[in-house]
Design a protein around this ligand. Structure first.
Ligand SMILES: NC(=O)c1ccc[n+]([C@@H]2O[C@H](COP(=O)([O-])OP(=O)(O)OC[C@H]3O[C@@H](n4cnc5c(N)ncnc54)[C@H](O)[C@@H]3O)[C@@H](O)[C@H]2O)c1
Length: 422
């Protein structure tokens, strides 16, 4: 099944995406325009000189609809385990019927993991590229769809694995039909989309989870324990993750105008969530971003930033898809201890090192399987368990929204210079 899932049909897929945008009555130019006149005022993302100048002048940099659904928890448990609806009226299915939306890289991984969980069955796969939907559906014994609406009748929950530009459309449709949702990160590409998703989820009797898979990795849980239990007062730390990962222009949505989000929204969302989960809420940021594809407006594939966390700690970010070498290191220094996770590439981890002050340093080699397990399977097991027990997942849409808001603040800081509040 793995082999079959891994064979791809890239040709035609992006024509389908363009058709999908047309259905939304948004073509690429409209989308860029929308970014320029609307979201860029929130985001500080540049799609042209006018947007850059507006952003530099500081006009329009605040959110337009004032009210935020962001949890201002202020505690070190911030962002964990918030419910999505006040009065649940949800059935508890013995076997949860799952629909995958987006049969690409991560959609195939989730489908494969879900088929191995007793309480779940993949019954439907939807992709605008019919061949992709059919291939994955055949591998799972599911039905293939190219439209979302008819698929919703056949599932209890939906995995949204489409490009971020489409998350709002897919999540709002699913939760409005009473379906639970697991959404891949980033929650969305814009503030408006993120908030619309949060509102729709809050208004529906469903559970929703965002795919911050690092929270489900044993090595990361151990690192977090050290940080929370032994660190004392956190002074600061770093997350460095680099790899040669930028695709050629138009190779897929990541480098296609109108669909791309760049590294600060897409990949840094993992790091932002990790900082909130392990250390605390992020209050202010400064940043510099660059692009190895400068001809692609709005694209960034290197982020060098500083996050100021509630309580005063500062975290340095150096995250790049355009580095010829691949490595990762995530560390925190505090009054009582320092603890660091090291990896041979941008994603996997191989060693945990830590030392209590006044004691010799210790190190644990992380089992290769565990180091390469990115937590996807455990995240899915958690989601299914939550649905079967009718309880909110540990990672919520609010967590996705906060991560998005921090990403957008980083982009705004990169455009304006200086420090930007979150
Ligand atoms: N958690 C992680 O570590 C992780 C890893 C990879 C990707 N992701 C996230 O998963 C999402 C998808 O990324 P990917 O790498 O799988 O991309 P991908 O390009 O491999 O797959 C995307 C799929 O969505 C389909 N699609 C495009 N527009 C659609 C639409 N309107 N309706 C239905 N299907 C549509 C495409 O045809 C394609 O099959 C992104 O949000 C990405 O950030 C998360």
């Amino acid at each position: 099944m793995k082999q079959r899932m891994l064979s791809r049909t890239a040709a035609g897929a992006y024509d389908s995406i363009r058709r999908s945008l047309e259905r939304l009555r948004v073509d690429h130019l409209d989308l860029i325009q929308l970014h320029a006149v609307g979201d860029l005022e929130d985001l500080g993302r540049a799609t042209g000189p006018a947007a850059r100048s507006r952003a530099r002048s500081g006009r329009g940099t605040r959110a337009r609809d004032g009210a935020s659904v962001r949890p201002r928890a202020g505690s070190r448990d911030a962002g964990v385990a918030r419910g999505s609806a006040a009065e649940p009226v949800r059935p508890r299915p013995a076997v949860v019927r799952m629909g995958i939306v987006g049969a690409g890289c991560i959609g195939r991984i989730h489908a494969e993991n879900l088929t191995a969980i007793d309480g779940a069955r993949v019954t439907a796969v939807m992709d605008v590229a019919a061949d992709r939907a059919e291939e994955l559906a055949a591998a799972c014994g599911a039905r293939a769809f190219t439209e979302l609406a008819p698929m919703l009748d056949e599932v209890d929950a939906v995995y949204v694995c489409s490009p971020p530009t489409f998350h709002r459309e897919h999540i709002v449709a699913a939760v409005s039909a009473g379906k639970h949702v697991f959404c891949e990160k980033p929650l969305a590409a814009t503030t408006d989309d993120g908030r619309a998703i949060a509102r729709a989820v809050a208004a529906a009797p469903v559970h929703a989870m965002v795919g911050f898979n690092n929270r489900f990795r044993p090595a990361f849980r151990r690192w977090r324990e050290l940080v929370r239990d032994e660190l004392g007062t956190p002074y600061g730390g770093w997350i460095h993750r680099v790899a040669p990962s930028t695709p050629p222009p138009n190779a897929n949505w990541r480098t296609t105008l109108g669909l791309l989000t760049g590294i600060t929204i897409e990949s840094a969302s993992h790091d932002i969530d990790l900082v909130r989960w392990a250390i605390g809420e992020i209050e202010a940021v400064s940043a510099s971003t660059t692009s190895s594809l400068p001809e692609l407006e709005g694209y960034d594939d290197s982020l060098f930033g500083l996050l100021r966390v509630d309580g005063g700690a500062a975290l340095m970010l150096a995250i790049s898809w355009s580095s010829p070498i691949s490595m990762s290191s995530r560390g925190v220094v505090g009054s009582g201890e320092a603890a660091c996770l090291i990896g041979p590439d941008m994603w996997t981890v191989s060693e945990l090192r830590w030392a209590l002050r006044g004691r010799p340093e210790r190190a644990e080699t992380i089992d290769a399987d565990e180091g390469a397990d990115l937590g996807y399977a455990e995240a899915s097991r958690h989601f299914i368990e939550c649905l079967r027990q009718d309880r909110p997942p540990d990672v919520t849409v609010d967590d996705g929204l906060v991560a998005l808001e921090v990403s957008l603040a980083l982009l705004r800081a990169a455009l304006q210079g200086g420090t930007v509040g979150v």
